[in-house]
Write a protein that binds this ligand. Structure first.
Ligand SMILES: Nc1ncnc2c1ncn2[C@@H]1O[C@H](COP(=O)(O)OP(=O)(O)OP(=O)(O)O)[C@@H](O)[C@H]1O
Ligand SMILES: [Mg+2]
Length: 246
């Protein structure tokens, strides 16, 4: 996956959520985005997903620039991406199975047969075979998140975006969802993951970007960044989290 972001700026009123953000990465498989609350991570992810329009700047993903000025090309871009949210965003009145098949049939023009086959395969893969006909209220948090991941995968996206997919889950279930994400990464999928799990960010993603005050304060390969980064802010952030955890 290639990501080239230049001068990305997004204001809400007078407040700049992203403030001339730059990031250039070539040929990476997975990127973790970490950083303090309010730093701009979700805003960045939503722009990459084509859900938010920046005030300035350019974004190129895998050689294609996102054209934010045309609704038609934004629609085309959104089809390249699937996003998994912290709050699952499942349709509450639909079963797990229908949560996957209906968007495929209604918005992607996939045949009933194909949608059924994708949903069954993915739900089985994610250990949800027995829960296909359950609605979100009948599922645990971890199960709901697995349905949301299955739905994202059913769209066969070029790039998968996760925004804090585990922050609503307790530690054991968090580990289970992180295992699922790790397996996806091992399959060679392109993943961008916003997470507060800094240990997972380091071990499961090949690259890490530290976003603070609307900019990428430091980024690099996971293996080296945690020891070699020259950003004091990044070091303080990491040591504060590790300090609390011990
Ligand atoms: N729709 C919006 N309207 C107004 N302000 C917003 C909106 N979305 C984000 N912001 C502001 O932009 C800044 C960046 O927010 P963002 O959600 O991108 O941060 P974040 O890094 O994802 O934080 P967190 O770790 O808490 O999820 C924050 O100050 C936030 O209040
Ligand atoms: Mg956020």
């Amino acid at each position: 996956m290639q990501i080239k972001i230049e001068g990305l700026t997004k204001k809400f009123g007078t407040m700049a959520a992203l403030d001339n953000l730059n990031l250039e990465l070539e040929d990476i498989s997975s990127l973790a985005v970490i950083g303090p609350s309010g730093g701009g991570k979700t805003t960045l992810l939503r722009i990459l997903a084509g859900l938010e329009i920046p005030d300035a700047g350019t974004v190129i993903m895998n050689g294609k620039a996102i054209d934010f000025s045309s609704e038609q090309s934004l629609m085309a871009h959104r089809r390249r991406i699937a996003m998994v949210f912290q709050a699952y965003n499942l349709f509450p009145h639909l079963t797990a199975f229908d949560n996957i098949t209906l968007p495929l049939i209604k918005t992607r023009g996939v045949s009933h047969e194909e949608a059924k086959s994708r949903a069954e395969t993915l739900l089985r893969q994610l250990g949800l075979a027995e829960h296909m006909n359950h609605s979100p209220t009948q599922l645990s948090g971890g199960q709901k998140q697995r349905v949301a991941i299955a739905r994202a995968l059913s769209l066969q996206p070029e790039i998968l975006l996760f925004d804090e997919p585990t922050s609503a889950l307790d530690p054991e279930i968090t580990a289970e969802i992180l295992d699922v994400i790790n397996a996806l990464r091992n399959e060679g999928r392109n993943i961008i993951l916003v997470t507060h799990e800094i240990g997972f960010a380091r071990h499961a993603c090949s690259h890490v970007a530290f976003v603070s005050e609307g900019q990428v304060a430091t980024h690099g390969e996971s293996e080296t960044l945690y020891t070699d980064s020259d950003s004091d802010e990044f070091r303080r952030f990491i040591s504060r989290i590790i300090g609390w955890k011990v």
